[in-house]
Design a protein around this ligand. Structure first.
Ligand code: NAD
Ligand code: TYD
Length: 351
């Protein structure tokens, strides 16, 4: 059986494929990825020659190319991860988010409907975010029936894609499942997101730019636990259902950055207080959601999934991974990345 994974060269996709290609030799995995700035084929070197792995350099905004991939590989299952994924970039230039996250998802759904939906075991699994629900106040949790209320162009485009997936299920009977997951961290995450950005900046002893007051709360989940959640839903989830995925690990951004300083200090024999002094409060993100927190009881109850990596252990592993993989870091630090840092952070130091 062929499993088509979109966005497999990105952070979650590469971790998903590295685990799955080895653990599930009976399945053939086709990675469909446009290799944007966020896609890094170097992340996949360990499986590049595996007999059950193929790579297709395809942009999902190209409808004809998507159809050709379906014709060529005849997938039964799609795990849709490809997206523009960074909130700050969606504020700076939203167009690509509309094209990839909305139009790209639509193209995949149409191709799946035409080629795969009638097959035995067919499934379109859409990987989405808790950000579609908007922002929580100090209390409460996102449940699967929480109304959508996205704040950023990123979360609005993901909300639109979720709606398209459900529309294809209701209108055309396409067998779908959706997971809405909280913030992931772990190896191979592009250093634009909070945790890898702060790890690399702490290692370089550069200012650590915390937006606003640092009191915003995120619910952190190790990427390996997210990958297992996707498999739990593929294997045991009910077609047509949505499952929220989260780590029961709420932390303020300031807490996270403090812990990063402590771990980086411990792993590199530096002084944690000196690293903490690098924290700089900078101008807040427009429309910055205050708090995300997930009620994951449905996936726990119905699919038998629970997170297994503690934040303390996961963060230590993550810092070690970045320390042990300077070549990976060098490859993602392209001119494009340096340009993003210069445009986004220079002159922002006015909280
Ligand atoms: P990422 O930005 O690291 O990777 C995205 C991948 O998609 C890259 O390999 C990129 O090349 C590819 N891609 C982008 N545009 C494409 C296009 N037009 N055609 C084909 N490929 C394209 O993202 P990630 O953090 O791995 O997130 C993966 C998915 O999980 C996304 O859908 C995201 O919304 C969702 N998600 C992420 C998180 C998180 O914390 N990272 C949490 C919940 C849900
Ligand atoms: P991010 O990793 O971009 O994920 P998301 O916005 O999807 O939750 O950001 C996580 C939190 O960290 C968010 O509240 C914004 C904050 N943040 C900073 O304070 N400084 C930074 O440089 C970045 C990238 C994020």
């Amino acid at each position: 059986m062929v499993v088509l994974v979109t966005g497999g060269a990105g952070f979650i996709g590469s971790n998903f494929l590295l685990r799955s290609v080895v653990a599930r030799p009976d399945l053939t995995f086709v990675n469909v990825d446009a290799l944007t700035y966020a896609g890094n084929p170097y992340s996949l070197e360990a499986i590049a020659e595996a007999p059950n792995y193929r790579f297709e350099h395809v942009d999902i905004t190209d409808r004809a190319a998507v159809d050709q991939v379906f014709d060529k590989h005849d997938p039964t299952v799609v795990v849709h991860l490809a997206a523009e994924s960074h909130v700050d970039r969606s504020i700076a230039s939203p167009d690509a988010f509309i094209r990839t996250n909305i139009n790209g998802t639509f193209h995949l759904l149409e191709a799946f409907r035409g080629h795969s939906a009638g097959k035995e075991g067919a499934r379109f699994h859409h990987v989405s975010t808790d950000e579609v629900y908007g922002s929580l106040g100090p209390t409460g949790l996102f449940r699967e029936d929480t109304p959508y209320d996205p704040s950023s162009p990123y979360s609005a485009s993901k909300a639109a894609s979720d709606h398209l997936v459900r529309a294809h299920a209701r209108t055309f009977g396409v067998p779908v499942t959706i997971t809405n997951c909280s913030n992931n961290y772990g190896a191979r995450q592009f250093p634009e997101k909070l945790i890898p950005l702060m790890v690399l900046k702490a290692l370089a002893e550069e200012p650590l730019p915390v937006y606003g007051t640092g009191e915003n709360v995120r619910d952190w989940l190790h990427v390996d636990d997210h990958c297992e959640a996707i498999w739990a839903v593929l294997d045991r989830g009910k077609v047509g259902e949505t499952y929220n995925v989260g780590g029961r690990c709420e932390l303020t951004n300031l807490d996270v950055v403090h812990q990063i300083c402590d771990v980086v200090a411990a792993e590199t024999q530096r002084d944690s207080d000196a690293l903490r002094k690098l924290i700089t409060f900078v101008r807040d993100r427009p429309g910055h959601d205050l708090r995300y927190a997930i009620d994951a009881s449905k996936i726990e109850r119905e699919c038998g999934w629970t997170p297994s990596v503690s934040f303390t252990e996961g963060l230590r592993q993550t810092v070690r991974w970045y320390l042990e993989n300077p070549e990976w870091i060098a490859r993602v630090r392209s001119g494009e990345y340096r340009r993003w840092l210069a445009e986004h952070y220079d002159g922002r130091h006015s909280a």
